[in-house]
Design a protein around this ligand. Structure first.
Ligand code: CAA
Length: 445
């Protein structure tokens, strides 16, 4: 059987922008460096008054289908991954299909539609579902549409407020894909955790510091599980390592642990031993605390080495370019990281065809998943058509007062009327409420 993977991708950012250093930091009485250096974020995207998870997802899917010359009959499955759903029964994919049926001839009546929930990892799980459906031979030659869409908003004043974001990623999953082929091998790290959750509430309850530790612990388990099926991994195995990116500083921490793990018992560890010693081994310590302290010191020195910096700048930093400017998109975040890394490679003139990516997804609650992807010959053309730079540059820049109002508009517990700050053109917009409390949408030429 031919390979299965991501055939096409489109990204849609919320149309508003909040600058963290210039606008958010002064209003919060914080140093801009906390956001730009500490968290690694420069700006967040927000949805305008007429945008939500349906419009952003439908606009990304519409753009993707038009560009690929697809009709509804070519799509056998629509899965939406989100942790911002507004209905406990009717899935967002039905709303998105309804939008698309306004602009395409034909319908999606024979497509299987669903909604996936497991915090930010649901997007990757939807890719899995599509992959499995195609590999099982149930797709009748059709492709699957996976849409990751979120308005990642936190309660005002929550430490997570600085990491907010809004946007959607639409991906077409097919046989013989143009962008990347997914590996059969996968690794999981999964445990019952209460680090970040939304028990029937819009904004999350977050134990921020703990969530960082849970991310790292589950990711480590997933890497070990992946190695148990795919063999030991080495830093040279992967051209890029897209991670789930709630904020780039989180990935900085995860990358250091991943590199440390990958170089253990390799020629890299031996070479570095002259300067920083070998990695501490647990059997050399009386207590776990002493071992962890020594490991912490080793890691601090490791990230200062030339070997580490070269690897990080090549394989990880390029995946963070878009995230820095748009914030956390929850389910879409790791898929934005993949695109960001490939875009950087295209601009640098690198030939990635046949090279491998190591993709590391995470969802609070909590689960990490690691798999590999092989870049396909059509990747350059696919990445070259993205207009995310233009979209980011065209965003309306919010004052702090406007940001407060926009947050209120999208707060389900508040009734805030306000005019939009941008003018919709060639896109789906929210169009008010129906008789059963459903949300309605229309296409604006
Ligand atoms: N210059 C440079 N750096 C500075 C600085 C300055 N002036 N001021 C602070 N910093 C650094 C801090 O040292 C810290 O870096 P380290 O962690 O490397 O030490 C960083 O900036 C952040 O500062 P604080 O830790 O003081 O920030 P905080 O406590 O206000 O918030 C947070 C951090 C808890 C992660 C918060 O952003 C949060 O709750 N975020 C939401 C939860 C989240 O994203 N968790 C990530 C894992 S869970 C996940 O991935 C799922 C998901 O998508 C939500």
């Amino acid at each position: 059987m031919t390979g299965v993977g991501i055939d096409a991708v489109e990204i849609r950012t919320g149309k508003l922008k909040l600058d963290l250093a210039e606008t958010f930091a002064p209003a919060k009485g914080e140093e801009p460096g906390k956001y730009t250096k500490g968290l690694g974020l420069h700006a967040s995207s927000f949805p305008d008054e007429f945008e939500d998870i349906v419009t952003m997802g439908a606009n990304a899917a519409h753009q993707l289908m038009e560009r690929k010359g697809l009709e509804p009959a070519d799509i056998g499955r629509i899965d939406v991954a989100t942790e911002s759903a507004f209905d406990n029964s009717k899935p967002v994919s039905t709303y998105i299909a309804g939008c698309l049926e306004q602009v395409f001839d034909g319908d999606f009546h024979h497509a299987n539609k669903g909604e996936r929930k497991f915090a930010c990892i649901a997007g990757t799980q939807s890719l899995d579902d599509a992959y499995n459906w195609i590999r099982a031979g149930r797709n009748r030659g059709r492709s699957a549409l996976v849409v990751c869409t979120d308005t990642a908003l936190y309660a005002r004043g929550d430490p997570g407020e600085a990491t907010q974001g809004a946007g959607a990623v639409a991906m077409l999953i097919s046989e013989d894909p143009d962008l990347v082929e997914l590996s059969t091998e996968q690794g999981y790290g999964s445990a019952d955790e209460t680090d970040f959750l939304k028990p029937n509430q819009q904004f999350p309850s977050v134990d921020g510091k703990r969530s960082v530790q849970v991310y790292l612990a589950r990711m480590r388990e997933a890497v070990e599980d992946f190695e148990s099926v795919a063999g030991t991994i080495h830093p040279d195995d992967f051209e890029l390592l897209p991670f789930h990116t709630p904020f780039p500083g989180m990935v900085r921490k995860a990358a250091a642990l991943a590199y440390r793990h990958m170089i253990r018992d390799t020629e890299i560890e031996e070479t570095l031993a002259e300067d920083i010693g070998r990695q501490p081994r647990p059997e050399a310590f009386d207590t776990e605390e002493a071992y962890l302290d020594a490991m912490g010191e080793y890691t601090d020195q490791l990230v200062e080495t030339e070997q580490y910096t070269e690897w990080y700048d090549r394989a990880v930093d390029p995946t963070l370019d878009i995230s820095r400017e748009v914030g956390n998109w929850y389910t879409g975040s790791v898929h934005v990281a993949r695109v960001s890394g490939l875009k950087h490679a295209l601009e640098a003139g690198l030939d990635l065809t046949g090279k491998r990516l190591g993709v590391a997804s995470y969802g609070s609650g909590a689960q990490a998943e690691v798999h590999a992807e092989t870049v396909q010959p059509g990747w350059e053309a696919e990445i070259a058509q993205l207009d995310i730079e233009e979209q980011m540059a065209d965003r309306y820049e919010l004052s702090f007062e406007e940001y407060e109002r926009v947050h209120d508009i999208h707060n389900h517990d508040k009734e805030t009327e306000a005019d939009p700050l941008t003018t919709p053109e060639g896109e789906f917009v929210f169009d008010g409420w129906g008789r059963m409390g459903e949300r309605k949408y229309r296409y604006v030429e």
